[in-house]
Design a binder for this molecule. Structure first.
Ligand SMILES: Cc1cc2nc3c(=O)[nH]c(=O)nc-3n(C[C@H](O)[C@H](O)[C@H](O)COP(=O)(O)OP(=O)(O)OC[C@H]3O[C@@H](n4cnc5c(N)ncnc54)[C@H](O)[C@@H]3O)c2cc1C
Length: 420
C-alpha cells in the first residue's frame, strides 16, 4: 500500500494517477498505481520523490510489452509510464530519429512519410502502437535489423536519484555530432541501459538509426521438411553471411496453424525477404539465392500466404493492442538464444519436436545475425482455467530443462522474471 500522503505528493507533480488495467502474463503483480507524467519536469519531480521514499517502482514506455514482462511489478509498488513523453525529432539527411519513450512505430513512420524520407522502421509482431524506445531497450527483434543496440545512440538518461546525464558526452557537444556518432569518446555505459526491465536508469530520449526503405523486394521460401536439417541451417547461414537476404524467419507448421494460415504444405518453412535498391541488384541476389539453395540441396518455392502479425495468435488485433490484456487468454513467451552452429540448432529443434509437452507449440527461429539465432515460442493459456495454467507451467519447465541441457540462456529476461 502506498501511503496517502505520498500518493498526494506524487499527484501534485501534475502526473496522471490511474489504476492498472489488464495483463496477459502469468507472473508478477499488478502495480498499485500507474503514474503518467507529461513532461520531463514532471518526471524529474516524480523520480526525486520516489527516490527519497521506500516505494519500489519501475518505468515502462507504453506498457504493451505483453508476454515478455507486461505492465507488472516484481514487488508491490508503482509503474511510472512514459507514454505521454512523445517528442520526435527527425534528421532526414542522416537518417536518424530522436525519440522519447512515448513515440510509437506508427507515429515515427507517419512522420517519415510526411517528410518524404527514404527511411522506414519495421514494427514488431505486436503491431505499430508500441514504443520504438521501449522495444529497443528490450532488445526487440525487428525484421532485418538484427542486434538493436548498435542502432541506438546518444542517450539522455535520468538517474534514479533524479540527475540527468548524457553518458560520457560533454553538455556542450553539438546535437548533430552526438546523434551521428555511435558512442561518446572513451569508455561508455550504453550497454547498461538495455534490459533493465525499467528498474535501472530512466532513458528519457535516444537516437535511433533508420534503415533505408527498399521497394524492390521478393519473398521466396525454402521448404524445409518435417525436421530441421543441418543442410538447411548451413544454407541459411550462407545466405546471411553473403548478405543476400534482408530478413529471414523459420516457422513451424504449428505456428502457421496458430495464426490461422492454412496451406497444403505441412513442413517447416524458411521465409526469405530479399530487398535491393535496383532491379539488377535484386535479380543478381535472387540468382545467388537459387545457386546456394541448389548447392545445399534445398527446395525454393514462391511465398505463400500470411505475415507475422503475432497478436492474431491470441485472437487480438494489431490495431487495437490495448484490448489484448483483457482477453480470457494470456500469452507467455519462451525463448532460447542459440549459437548458429547447425549441429546444435538441429539437435535443439529435434529435442523440441520429441518432447510431448512441446511438440505442438508454435515456435519460430529468427537470426540475431549470422552467428546467433533466437528460438521463440508464444504459449497461449486460459487465465481462469487451472488445468490450462498448470499445463503452461509444465511447458515453461520443459523449455527451462532444454535450455539447461543445451547450456543456452533465454534470449531476454523480462521485468517480472526472477531468472534475470
Ligand atoms: C504477441 C506479441 C508479439 C510480439 N512480437 C514482437 C516482435 O516481433 N519483435 C519484437 O521486438 N518484440 C515483439 N513483442 C514484444 C513487444 O510488443 C515489443 O517489444 C514492444 O515494442 C514493447 O512494448 P512497449 O513499447 O509498450 O514497451 P514497454 O513494455 O513499455 O517497455 C519495454 C521494456 O523496456 C523498459 N523501458 C521502457 N521504457 C523505458 C525507459 N524510458 N527507460 C528504461 N526502461 C524502459 C520497460 O520497463 C520494459 O521492460 C511482441 C509481444 C507480443 C505480446
Amino acid at each position: 500500500m502506498i501511503p496517502t500522503e505520498l500518493l498526494d505528493r506524487l499527484a501534485n507533480t501534475g502526473a496522471e494517477v490511474t489504476r492498472p488495467t489488464g495483463s496477459t502474463v502469468p507472473g508478477g503483480l499488478f502495480p498499485d498505481w500507474v503514474l503518467q507524467p507529461e513532461s520531463l519536469a514532471q518526471l524529474t519531480a516524480l523520480v526525486r520523490i520516489l527516490h527519497a521514499s521506500a516505494v519500489d517502482w519501475r518505468v515502462d514506455a507504453r506498457g504493451r510489452n505483453w508476454g515478455y514482462d507486461d505492465s507488472r511489478v516484481r514487488e508491490p509498488g508503482l509503474i511510472v509510464r512514459l507514454a505521454r513523453l512523445d517528442r520526435l525529432d527527425l534528421d532526414v539527411e542522416l537518417g536518424l530519429a530522436t525519440v522519447q519513450p512515448g513515440v510509437t512505430f506508427a507515429q515515427l513512420n507517419e512522420a517519415l512519410q510526411a517528410a518524404d524520407a527514404r527511411y522506414y522502421l519495421p514494427s514488431p509482431g505486436s503491431g505499430p502502437h508500441t514504443s520504438v524506445l521501449g522495444n529497443a531497450l528490450e532488445r526487440g527483434l525487428l525484421a532485418g535489423l538484427g542486434e538493436r543496440e548498435r542502432h541506438c545512440r546518444d542517450f539522455l538518461v535520468l538517474r534514479r536519484d533524479g540527475e540527468l546525464t548524457r553518458l560520457g558526452w560533454e553538455e556542450a557537444a553539438d546535437d548533430r555530432v552526438r546523434r551521428a556518432l555511435p558512442y561518446p569518446p572513451g569508455p561508455h555505459l550504453q550497454g547498461s541501459l538495455f534490459q533493465t526491465g525499467g528498474y535501472g536508469p530512466v532513458v528519457v530520449e535516444l537516437t535511433h538509426v533508420l534503415p533505408v526503405a527498399t521497394e524492390l523486394t521478393t519473398e521466396p521460401v525454402l521448404l524445409a521438411g518435417a525436421e530441421l536439417t543441418e543442410d538447411l541451417l548451413r544454407c541459411w547461414r550462407d545466405l546471411l553471411l553473403g548478405e543476400l537476404v534482408t530478413s529471414t524467419i523459420l516457422a513451424s507448421p504449428a505456428r502457421r496453424r496458430a495464426q490461422g494460415i492454412t496451406v497444403s504444405y505441412d513442413g517447416l518453412v524458411l521465409n526469405l525477404y530479399i530487398a535491393a535498391t535496383s532491379a539488377t541488384m535484386l535479380r543478381a541476389k535472387v540468382l545467388d539465392v537459387q545457386r546456394l539453395a541448389r548447392q545445399h540441396g534445398q527446395r525454393l518455392a514462391a511465398r505463400f500466404g500470411g505475415g507475422y502479425d503475432d497478436l492474431s495468435i491470441l485472437g487480438g488485433d494489431r490495431n487495437h493492442p490495448e484490448a489484448v490484456g483483457h482477453l480470457p487468454e494470456g500469452l507467455e513467451w519462451q525463448t532460447a538464444a542459440l549459437p548458429f552452429i547447425p549441429s546444435v540448432v538441429a539437435a535443439f529443434a529435434r529435442a523440441v519436436r520429441t518432447d510431448p509437452l512441446l511438440a505442438d507449440i508454435p515456435w519460430t527461429l529468427r537470426p540475431l545475425d549470422s552467428r546467433a539465432l533466437v528460438w521463440l515460442a508464444p504459449i497461449v493459456y486460459r487465465k481462469e482455467n487451472s488445468d490450462s495454467v498448470a499445463l503452461l507451467r509444465r511447458r515453461v519447465a520443459a523449455v527451462a530443462r532444454l535450455r539447461d541441457e543445451f547450456a543456452v540462456p533465454a534470449y531476454r529476461s523480462g521485468a517480472v522474471r526472477s531468472d534475470r
